[in-house]
Design a protein around this ligand. Structure first.
Ligand code: GLY
Length: 368
């Protein structure tokens, strides 16, 4: 039997996060949604479709009138308005109306893009999230942030749109390549760092099982990680306040992602950004030196980078200015008071940011 967490909005049940290893349980969830006579469009990408497209379509076929699949080329470079347009055309050509349903089947790019299509097609159509990567299961499928990149800026165009259901089959984590897997793991470490020191310790204690992708440990890891995210987004669904804590590591992380032209994965950049944020927290005497080095070094056994080469620290600083996470002229920087307690700080100076970027910068020439 699948286990679930209920996410509330304004203290009322809004949607469930279901943890499962069986696609038939997705069909059972859908059969509760009264979709007989309705169409479903699975939106997915060219990496995920060959593995799960047909399996999922076959499992859910009995729940509705017809299942369609819209498949777009995988990659962050396709998370844009052109792909959104192609999806609209597909839905129009297949006569989708507002009572039909979209399913986002894939990683963060698929989930964010599908959610945006759902938020805007016919002024809003229901959608569910079926995340298949660790990053999407731990983070991006929960909380209703949807959108696409625009003109090189990440997630610059988007909307808040809550899914009707988040269904994660964590067996899918078994087919992820190592880099994808550990990239998603960075968001899980982040959840421990910002809100739950016990969970952070548990992750370190279960390192071996996490490497082995032991299913019972993966389930507990996801449930605990999703609990952190759920509690944050329930209190602040549209990021007026504390939801910004989830952006630990993202200001410098996004800037590095852009400076490296998306050659590094999002979670790898988040790990680098967390190290930089922990460094600033140490320099501002919020963390001790020991805590800083512990946080930094604990990314290493999980195959995540703590240094980056081939960037200009000054350029990365400049790129942090275009981050959306701003409050007027001030960047809303997320710092750590201790492991398990993050705070929003708008007083971080350019010099402090530059020093942190230099701390994580590996200068190849200087090290020749
Ligand atoms: N990934 C950060 C958030 O959902 O707010």
């Amino acid at each position: 039997m699948a286990e679930r967490l209920e996410v509330q909005m304004n203290k009322k049940p809004c949607y469930s996060i279901v943890f499962s290893t069986d696609w038939n349980e997705l069909a059972m969830e859908l059969s509760e949604m009264e979709l007989q006579g309705r169409k479903i469009c699975i939106i997915t990408d060219s990496n995920v479709d060959p593995i799960y497209g047909e399996v999922v379509a076959n499992a859910i076929k009995p729940c509705c009138k017809e299942v369609f699949r819209f498949v777009f080329p995988a990659g962050e470079e396709n998370k844009n308005l052109d792909t959104v347009r192609d999806a609209y055309v597909f839905l129009i050509q297949n006569h989708f109306d507002r009572k039909d349903l979209l399913i986002a089947l894939g990683g963060g790019v698929v989930g964010d893009l599908t959610g945006f299509v759902a938020a805007t097609y016919l002024r809003g159509i229901d959608f569910i999230q079926v995340p298949t990567t660790l990053l999407a299961q731990a983070d991006s499928s929960i909380g209703g942030k949807t959108g696409v990149d625009f003109d090189g800026y990440k997630n610059m165009v988007g909307a808040f749109k809550m899914p009707k259901l988040v269904f994660m089959n964590f067996e899918t984590l078994k087919t992820l390549d190592e880099r994808q897997y550990y990239s998603g793991f960075a968001e899980i470490m982040k959840h421990g760092l910002i809100k739950d020191a016990e969970f952070y310790e548990w992750l370190l204690e279960n390192m071996y099982e996490i490497h082995e992708r032991d299913l019972s440990v993966l389930k507990e890891m996801l449930q605990r990680s999703c609990m952190v995210k759920k509690l944050v987004v329930e209190r602040d669904p549209t990021e007026q306040g504390d939801r910004a804590l989830l952006n630990l590591g993202h200001t410098i992380g996004h800037a590095i992602e852009k400076a490296k032209n998306f050659a590094l994965f999002h979670g790898e950049c988040v790990a680098l950004g967390c190290v930089a944020a922990a460094y600033i927290s140490w320099k501002k005497e919020m963390l001790s030196m020991e805590e800083y080095y512990e946080i930094r070094d604990m990314f290493v056994p999980f195959c995540l980078p703590i240094t980056v080469d081939g960037i200009s620290p000054e350029e990365v600083l400049k790129l942090t200015k275009s981050d959306k996470k701003k409050d007027g002229d001030h960047i809303k920087f997320i710092l750590l008071k201790k492991i398990g307690k993050a705070v929003i700080d708008t007083s971080v100076t350019d010099d402090e940011i530059l020093a942190a970027i230099k701390e994580i910068y590996f200068d190849e020439e200087a090290n020749d």
